[in-house]
Design a binder for this molecule. Structure first.
Ligand code: PHE
Length: 457
């Protein structure tokens, strides 16, 4: 229950798992995962992704939750408490900045989902299976500056509203009811998508690995996507851990959240990719419009399709909301704790800053040539922000968190925190090797190679 007015707490372990899963499950799973799988050649990417979840995601998630629960603070305050007077606090600041920027571009896509909900309700996609038509509808829609900015603002407002209602009342209740419903709906849609004419090419792409496609850029993308999807590397799980009670089992909670999140991502692939191939869309070049182009095709091919479409876009919107809430919560918790602002003032000011950062992203997809090509031909403000602050800084943040926990705070303190009230930390030796060596070295190699390959070479 709420401890004081400005710092909340989860009401139970299930409450936390669902809220944690609510943070993790979002556009990352349903929109970004199938798109990146499509761009990176399918099944091999999926294998690398699963390895990243296991080798990086799980250890870093346990690390973040332990730091958060130990200190009961936001990422900056938490790190200052554990390593006073050191420069490690900048890892916390990087998280706060990353949170603001991810929130800004994420709200743009979430706004598109709301727009698509409206279009589906209005019956705009009834009986349309031609990808040329769904593609044009998408392009015209995202190129409209007024609508996209309005929808972005709407989503930022909605997130702020939930955050103002506090942690347990707002975030937890929303997740508890709707995440299970999303799972059921995705299963139904996956069955329909997999039985469409021509879907088998999609299943093949998704499930039969072609190892000649393996390359370092794909590994970086998989790593960034795993961390993004699990909400790691910017302190979200430190913040969520700070609301977790001492009696809950951190390790099993982390396993559940990773499992749920990965399950939903894989399932989304089974919905989107068969449909993409059945409709004859090229997944390697479709970009951020992929799901918006492909999903209407599934709905048109099933009885009651419009109803399923309305249900799906509603639930994606809510999944996005339980994620944006956790993203904006990082900067908000920082100002509440460190600057001692009221929750209300913190939420409103952070939301306004993000909105300003979001406008160029909203204009990046056809509305403005300037923002559409800001960093070179085809390199929009949106693309660069979502790569730098969706992959790179999360990888850097995770690297530092693993090194911090493995070498500075030390894994024995993680074990102590986890075992605080009688829970047992299984396979301690394995965990220690993971946070000290495997996770940081893996990230450092992929990161270092990318910097060398893209910038220095
Ligand atoms: N994990 C969320 C998603 O998949 C996004 C997110 C990233 C949330 C980083 C919090 C922190 O949509």
């Amino acid at each position: 229950m709420i401890e004081n007015q400005d710092r909340g707490a989860w009401s139970s372990k299930l409450g936390f798992i669902l809220a944690g899963a609510g943070s993790a499950i979002g556009l990352g799973n349903i929109w970004r995962f199938p798109t990146i799988v499509g761009e990176n050649g399918g099944a091999v990417f999926v294998i690398v992704y699963l390895l990243c979840v296991l080798l990086l995601g799980l250890p870093v998630m346990i690390a973040e939750l332990s730091i958060g629960r130990k200190t009961k603070k936001n990422p900056v305050g938490a790190i200052i408490e554990l390593a006073p007077g050191s420069s490690w606090k900048y890892v916390g600041y990087l998280g706060v900045l990353t949170g603001l920027i991810i929130f800004s571009w994420y709200s743009v896509i979430a706004g598109w989902v709301v727009g698509y909900l409206y279009k589906t309700v209005a019956g705009e996609f009834n009986n349309i299976v031609d990808p040329a038509i769904t593609g044009t509808i998408f392009e015209n829609f995202v190129a409209d500056p007024v609508i996209t900015i309005f929808l972005t603002a709407f989503f930022i407002g909605l997130t702020s509203y939930v955050l103002l209602k506090g942690v347990s009342g707002g975030i937890e209740k929303t997740s508890k009811i709707l995440m299970p419903l999303l799972l059921v709906l995705l299963v139904v849609l996956a069955i329909r998508a997999m039985t469409l004419d021509g879907a088998s090419a999609g299943l093949d792409f998704y499930l039969s690995p072609d190892f000649s496609k393996l390359n370092i850029k794909m590994v970086l993308a998989a790593m960034g996507q795993a961390l993004f999807s699990l909400s790691l590397g910017m302190g979200t799980m430190i913040t969520y851990g700070s609301y977790l009670s001492k009696k809950e089992d951190i390790v099993s909670s982390a396993v559940w959240v990773c499992g749920f999140d990965t399950g939903i991502a894989i399932l989304s692939g089974f919905v989107v990719l068969p449909a993409v191939f059945a409709m004859g869309i090229d997944p390697s070049t479709a970009g951020p419009g992929l799901i918006f182009q492909a999903l209407p095709g599934i709905f048109s091919e099933m009885p009651g399709g419009q109803m399923f479409g309305v249900g799906l876009f509603t639930l994606i919107g809510i999944a996005a909301l339980t994620s944006t809430v956790s993203i904006l919560e990082v900067p908000v918790a920082y100002v509440v704790d460190e600057l001692k602002w009221s929750r209300r003032k913190s939420v409103i000011s952070m939301a306004l800053v993000s909105f300003v950062l979001a406008v160029p992203s909203a204009l990046s997809n056809g509305a403005s040539d300037f923002f559409g090509n800001l960093f070179g031909e085809g390199q929009s403000y949106f693309t660069v922000m979502s790569t730098v602050f969706g992959d790179l800084t999360l990888a850097l943040g995770s690297l530092f968190i693993a090194v911090f926990v493995g070498w500075i705070w030390k894994s024995k303190n993680v074990f102590k925190e986890v075992e605080e009230e009688g829970n047992v930390f299984p396979m301690k030796g394995v965990y220690e090797i993971m946070v000290k060596y495997v996770s940081p070295i893996f990230i450092a190699i992929v990161f270092g190679y990318t910097v060398w390959d893209q910038i220095l070479k």
